[in-house]
Design a binder for this molecule. Structure first.
Ligand code: SAH
Ligand code: SF4
Length: 467
């Protein structure tokens, strides 16, 4: 993509739309609720939606039942997410049928898939408005139109929209925040719907990213996670010659930011320069999420991943040479079309060889419009399930061993929240990938404290502050 293809614009809501919504909602003491499905990108989009709704005078509520405006931000990366979304939208529409006065909006990735959008329209006449993935900034106008006309409104266009800067945000009040650095994806992994629903890759200008992070730091944020479908190709098409490694080095110098994380890294674009930047930057955390998807070269080729098992393992070796403490995590798909028992065994042996701290393991689900949709050699559901559970058991054992290695050691923990199940306990993250719980109260939130690990349980470490 050339820079000239990228259209940067600033968020400027139609003032009259905002004002009219404000007076309409403030009279009613109205509230909103957003249900978010899917990845961190969607979580970040929902923070922007919340920011705009609060600009309209709406107050955040804890459930749809207490809200006047309900938004559902959808995901369609796997069938499981899609099914859950239908269930959710259905339950909100039922509330409305039973007499609750509310405005229901549905947005996000499912709306970019024609057959899913059609299914929504058919099944849920109670929905008041639909928005595509890059129409979020038009929320005030579309809501006003839905309210004034009393008829369902839709704003759905192609997925490659302009990069809109300056949207308000609300949501994360803790010490860490997500920052989008790019949108879309150009990789077309053969199983993946993301390029179809999020469009072509567009990087944000470095100045806008750095300003946003500096302002987050001013508000007390100490950790940021840079987001993109493939952050390693950040900068493609921008006039400023800048790589992701270059961006990382600049973020590392922002006063107040003490931890930097990022995701996702595509193995084919993980450069030596980036590994050196990670090792050299003071604040980059000792963790890399590096999705491998499969350990078989035949499956990797059919997935159009652009690397081999050997190349991936070489990357792991080099990362561990440069950063011996690094935690590695991954995503894996089992049951991709054509995956034989031998291919599956290759994935299992890669898992054993790399010894990830944790792994997200998925059963393949066919997505309409992807290249893999046309692949005939499908794996029976039963075998997919067997493989998935066997791999989960394998990884759980490795995770337990990796966790046990921390016992007796000291970790720097950024305390993020009070634990949901025990108010006398707080929860945070070590410098790598592990969650650490410890005795303490909310006064610790936002602090990075030295903690001695005393126990490892499943996916969580338990520790106590070192005095
Ligand atoms: N851009 C990221 C993440 C994309 S979606 C990346 O490249 O890693 C997150 C994960 O969902 C993927 O890593 C993949 O493991 C899984 N996934 C994507 N499409 C899938 C499908 N059709 N079936 C099962 N899992 C899928
Ligand atoms: Fe999907 Fe591949 Fe792009 Fe990730 S890199 S979003 S898996 S197409």
């Amino acid at each position: 993509m050339k820079f000239s293809d990228i259209n940067f614009s600033r968020f400027e809501p139609a003032v009259s739309a905002l004002e009219r919504l404000r007076s309409y909602f403030s009279e009613k003491d109205a509230g909103y609720y957003i249900k978010t499905f899917g990845c961190q990108m969607n979580v970040r989009d929902s923070e922007n939606l919340a920011g705009m709704l609060e600009n309209m005078g709406l107050v955040r509520r804890k459930s749809a039942r207490e809200a006047d405006v309900v938004l559902v931000n959808t995901c369609c990366v796997r069938e499981h997410a899609e099914v859950k979304v239908y269930g959710n939208v259905g339950s909100y529409c039922k509330m409305k049928r039973e007499g609750k006065n509310m405005l229901i909006g549905v947005c996000g990735c499912m709306m970019q898939q024609k057959h899913m959008a059609d299914e929504m329209r058919r099944r849920f006449p109670g929905v008041d408005f639909y928005m595509g993935t890059n129409m979020l900034h038009e929320l005030p106008e579309i809501m006003l139109e839905a309210l004034e006309s009393g008829r369902r409104q839709e704003r759905i266009k192609g997925p490659t929209g302009p990069v809109v800067e300056g949207l308000p945000a609300s949501g994360r009040r803790g010490p860490s925040a997500f920052v989008n650095i790019m949108y879309g994806c150009d990789n077309f992994c053969s199983y993946c719907v993301v390029p179809l629903v999020r469009g072509r890759e567009r990087s944000r200008a470095p100045g806008a990213i750095l300003d946003e992070i500096a302002s987050l730091a001013d508000q007390g944020c100490v950790e940021i996670t840079l987001l993109g479908q493939n952050v390693n190709s950040y900068g493609k098409g921008l006039p400023d010659k800048i790589s992701f490694a270059g961006l990382l080095r600049q973020v590392d110098r922002i006063p107040g930011i003490r931890r930097i994380r990022f995701m996702t890294s595509h193995p084919k674009d993980l450069s030596e320069e980036l590994m050196d930047a990670m090792a050299g930057c003071e604040h980059v955390c000792a963790h890399l999420h590096l999705p491998v998807q499969s350990g078989s070269n035949a499956v990797l080729a059919a997935m159009n991943r652009g690397y081999t098992r050997e190349h991936y393992l070489e990357l792991v070796t080099r990362l561990r040479q440069k950063m011996p403490q690094i935690d590695l995590t991954t995503d894996i798909i089992v049951g991709f079309p054509g995956e034989s028992d031998t291919d599956y065994e290759d994935t299992k042996s890669l898992l054993q060889q790399v010894r990830y701290d944790s792994a997200f393991l998925f059963r393949y689900s066919v997505r309409r419009g992807t290249a893999a949709e046309k692949m005939a050699e499908t794996v029976p559901e039963e075998s997919k399930t067997q493989r998935l559970y066997a791999l989960i058991a394998e990884q759980e054992a490795i995770t337990a061993q990796r966790g046990a290695c921390h016992v007796g050691k000291n970790e720097e923990v950024l305390v993020e929240s009070v634990s949901a199940r025990d108010p006398g306990e707080v929860s945070g993250r070590a410098n790598g990938s592990w969650t650490v719980n410890l005795r303490g109260d909310k006064g610790l939130i936002g602090r990075i404290v030295p903690v001695r690990i005393i126990e490892a349980k499943a996916h969580t470490l338990y520790g106590e502050i070192v005095q």
